[in-house]
Every structure is written in structure tokens, then in C-alpha cells.
Design a protein around this ligand. Structure first.
Ligand code: BES
Ligand code: MN
Ligand code: MN
Length: 467
């Protein structure tokens, strides 16, 4: 292509080593947003990121207070009023590392092995934060300008339900004005095939607490005559879902948008190797809602799963008690147009109805998030597809992701922006799990994709994005 691209390509080739060092330095900061003791690390990561944005040539880099872990903002707005303005989002916080003994390397001592960067956050989502910084840096260093106007926001509480983000977005609406938003927190399809995510599930996360006698009771002296909170909890959890995989909470499916024939054909056409996938996760049988395929169950249908359950004595050896209380963490993934608050109320009502006498049952709200579907036909999505094809050598697949990024719906409703989910994580990245890693080819080529994307957007007819 044109000369400036060759210059930029050479720049990116020549600066690879330094870029990987920066990426590793960033992973070394244990910015675990969900653990209060790591709040200073989150702040440190935000500070480092703001400096990197400034050094890259972006302007107004700022660590913004939100009431929680800070948001990092920066912009570059010199492409002119005719050029598109894009709001870019990724998150610099990471998940906890437990169970740390199952890692084969130290989570915050990054290293490169077999073409991958290793470390907590190497994929989710520090890779994509770094990729955006490096794409802008390369363009500014070689051309002195960007082809589009860019505003960046990097969040520090995505992994603990983005408590303060909505308020901050609301308060900063003017300075976040844009034509659309790019969220880089998703990945490629099974087998690491280039893909654009066009749907995300929402979430309704609860904790069910069952309380019985005031203290643990001797299971010999009292057993047989009192309601056991652990047994009661198990019975209630079992009642939440039928053997056909259908969730039994009354009203749960009321607002679910059914899959169209076209949707189902699109799912069926995806190149998914179920046997290889089962092998990868180490299971020899599957379960789910009757009448739906694996991919539909995992991304386009709602779920209810126990994430953790505990009660009584769990140490070694026998201790004979009836536990005084029992607890379960239960999450539902939601699809369009389910409303998380309505689902929470439905769960509360059903749990109250099935709770046996003799125990007190409470359902705590551990976090709600809206589902979203993003437009395939939007010119900004199609420009992203061209950028992916130009750099990865293959047109992207379109698929829906089963995970949640609740801020997607906030960008749509609070800021009124369409969203493109442009993400590069490899599906076997082990996000949230031990031994997280990022395929370096996705990282390196993805940086070139982002740069190419800004050029593709700049080449659109003026006003093409202002539909
Ligand atoms: N990056 C993920 C979302 C995601 C998950 C994208 C799977 C693609 C595949 C994000 O960081 C995340 O983990 N989200 C949480 C949201 C929750 C804390 C509200 C999730 O999905 O569990
Ligand atoms: Mn993420
Ligand atoms: Mn995550």
C-alpha cells in the first residue's frame, strides 16, 4: 500500500522488543480490582497507563476519580470535524489468581513461552489495553497524526462489576462524545479463528444464604429432628433447574427473544469442532437446555449455574455436626431482552416459595448486568471486518459470546453510541483461570489491525457513521 504504511510497518517491526517489555511491566502490576488490599496496585497501574498514553503522543491523559478504582482517560482530537470520532474502551484490572498453587508459573512474573505471553491479565485485558496504546504510538511516531479522532477510557473495575462506571459516564457525557464505541475485551472464535463478537450475555448473580439453628449442632443428639440447612440448600438449588435443562423460576423466560431461523443457521454454519472442544476442557459428556445446540446454549440462551457452595465442616476427617448455615453463589447469564432486576425479583420470589419451614433464607444481589446485541451491518463493524481481513488474511466470523461486558449496554443507553466489539484474545487464553496466556501473534497482528481500522474508518464517506 502507500508509503506511510510501509514506514509504520517498519517502525512496528523495529520496536517489538521494547513493546513486549512494556507489556510485561504492565502485567507485573497486580491490579486485582476485586481484592481491597490491591487497590494501591490498581492505582499504580492507572498511573503507569496514563504516562504511557502521554508518551505515545496522546493528549489530556488523566487518572480520573470515580469513587472506586480510577478510570484512565486520554484523547487525540486533531483529525478534524469531518473525521469520525471513536471512543475506545478496555480494562486494566484483572481477576484474582486463586487457586495460585495450580499455576505452573508465577502469575505476576510474565514470561514468553511457545509464542505466548504468560501471566494474569496477559490476555484479559491488559493485552488489548497495550495494543491500543501501541497502535496509536506507531501511527503518531511515523505520521505525526492519527486519521480519526480518538478518545480512550480504560476502566479499573470491570472484573468486579463496574460499580462506578455508569455514574462516571453520565457525569462525563460531553467529553465522551463520539460517533461510536470500540470495546476491546473479547476474542477470536474456537480454534483461534478471527471473529467479531456481535452479542454478549447479561448477568444476574446472587448468593443464597440458609440459616438454621443458632449454632452447629451435634449430629447424633439432634440429627433426625431438625431441618439441616445444607440439605435444604441443596434441595432448593436442585429445584431451580429441571432435568431438561430448563430453568424453573417462574417468569424466567418471559422476555427472552427467541432465536430466528436465520440466527440458528448462522450458529450451525460456524466451524465448531465439539469433540476437540470437549477434549480441551477434559469432559466426556455434555448437558444443557433440550432443543438447542452447544453454541446456542453457550451464547444465545440463558443459564443458571452454581459457582460455589459451602456449609458445615469441610476439613479433613469426620466431624459430626448439623451446620448452622449454608450458602451458594448462583449466577444466571441472560440474553436479550431479559432484565436483570426482574430476574433477581423472580429468583427471590421462587426461593421464598420453595424454602422449607425451619430455616431462614435470604437472596443477596451480587451484581447485575444487561445483555447486548451489536449490529453486524453497521459501517463501523464492516470497517473492522475489512481491517481484520487485511491483517489476519481471513475474513472474520460473526458470533455471540456467552460472557458479559455490561458496559456495552451502558455505552448504548447512557452515551447513545453503537458498539463494535473488536477483540483479539485467543479462546484458549484461560482467562480468569490458572495459567492465563495470550498468543503473541494475536497481540502483534492485532496492533496492526487496530491501526488499519483507523485508516478504514477515515476512508469512509463523510457522515457514513452518522446514520
Ligand atoms: N473479558 C471478559 C468478558 C468476556 C468473557 C469476553 C468471555 C469474551 C469471552 C470480562 O472481563 C469478564 O470477565 N466479564 C465478567 C463480567 C462480570 C464480572 C459482570 C464475566 O463475563 O464474568
Ligand atoms: Mn475482560
Ligand atoms: Mn474478565
Amino acid at each position: 500500500m502507500s508509503a506511510p504504511d510501509d514506514v509504520m510497518a517498519a517502525y512496528l517491526d523495529a520496536t517489538r522488543e521494547r513493546r513486549l517489555q512494556r507489556y510485561m511491566d504492565f502485567i507485573r502490576i497486580p491490579s486485582i480490582s476485586g481484592i481491597p488490599a490491591h487497590a494501591p496496585d490498581c492505582r499504580r497501574a492507572a498511573g503507569v497507563l496514563a504516562s504511557e498514553l502521554s508518551e505515545a503522543g496522546l493528549e489530556h491523559a488523566e487518572v480520573c476519580e470515580t469513587g472506586g478504582h480510577p478510570v484512565v482517560y486520554a484523547d487525540w482530537l486533531h483529525a478534524g470535524p469531518e473525521a469520525p470520532t471513536v471512543l475506545v474502551y478496555a480494562h486494566y484490572d484483572v481477576q484474582p489468581v486463586d487457586p495460585v498453587e495450580l499455576w505452573s508459573y508465577a502469575p505476576f512474573e510474565p514470561a514468553i513461552r511457545d509464542g505466548r505471553m504468560l501471566g494474569r491479565g496477559s490476555s484479559d485485558d491488559k493485552a488489548q489495553v497495550q495494543m491500543h496504546v501501541r497502535a496509536a504510538e506507531a501511527m503518531l511516531a511515523t505520521r505525526g497524526a492519527l486519521p480519526v479522532n480518538l478518545r480512550y477510557i480504560f476502566e479499573g473495575e470491570e472484573e468486579c462489576t463496574s460499580e462506578h462506571l455508569d455514574g462516571w459516564l453520565q457525569a462525563n457525557r460531553e467529553r465522551l462524545a463520539a460517533d461510536f464505541a470500540v470495546i476491546s475485551d473479547t476474542g477470536f472464535f474456537d480454534g483461534n479463528l478471527p471473529a467479531i463478537t456481535v452479542g454478549l450475555r447479561g448477568i444476574c448473580y446472587v448468593q443464597i444464604d440458609v440459616e438454621g439453628p443458632t449454632v452447629d449442632l451435634h449430629s447424633g443428639s439432634y440429627g433426625g429432628a431438625v431441618v439441616n440447612p445444607a440439605t435444604a440448600l441443596c434441595a432448593m438449588v436442585t429445584a431451580l433447574k429441571g432435568p431438561d435443562g430448563r430453568i424453573r423460576v417462574p417468569g424466567f423466560y418471559d422476555d427472552v427473544v427467541p432465536l430466528s431461523e436465520r440466527d440458528r443457521e448462522a450458529f450451525a454454519a460456524l466451524p465448531f469442532d465439539e469433540a476437540a472442544w470437549m477434549d480441551e476442557i477434559g469432559v466426556d459428556a455434555l448437558a444443557g437446555e433440550a432443543g438447542y445446540t452447544n453454541l446456542e446454549r453457550r451464547s444465545a440462551r440463558p443459564t443458571l449455574d452454581v459457582n460455589g457452595i459451602w456449609a458445615g465442616f469441610t476439613g479433613d476427617g469426620p466431624k459430626t455436626i448439623i451446620p448452622a448455615h449454608a450458602h451458594a453463589k448462583v449466577s444466571c447469564r441472560l440474553v436479550a431482552n431479559q432484565e436483570p432486576a426482574k430476574i433477581l425479583a423472580a429468583i427471590r420470589a421462587f426461593v421464598a416459595e420453595i424454602a422449607p419451614p425451619g430455616v431462614r433464607v435470604r437472596v443477596q444481589d451480587l451484581g447485575l448486568g444487561l445483555p447486548s446485541l451489536t449490529p453486524i451491518d453497521h459501517p463501523a463493524t464492516q470497517a473492522a471486518a475489512r481491517a481484520i481481513e487485511a491483517t489476519f488474511g481471513r475474513a472474520p466470523l460473526y458470533y455471540r459470546e456467552g460472557g458479559s461486558i455490561p458496559v456495552t449496554a451502558s455505552f448504548e443507553s447512557t452515551l447513545g453510541l453503537p458498539v463494535v466489539l473488536l477483540g483479539f484474545a485467543n479462546p484458549d487464553s484461560r482467562a480468569h483461570a490458572p495459567d492465563e496466556s495470550m498468543v503473541l501473534n494475536n497481540f502483534e497482528t492485532g496492533i496492526r489491525t487496530i491501526a488499519r481500522y483507523w485508516d478504514e474508518l477515515a476512508a469512509l464517506p463523510v457522515g457514513a457513521l452518522r446514520l
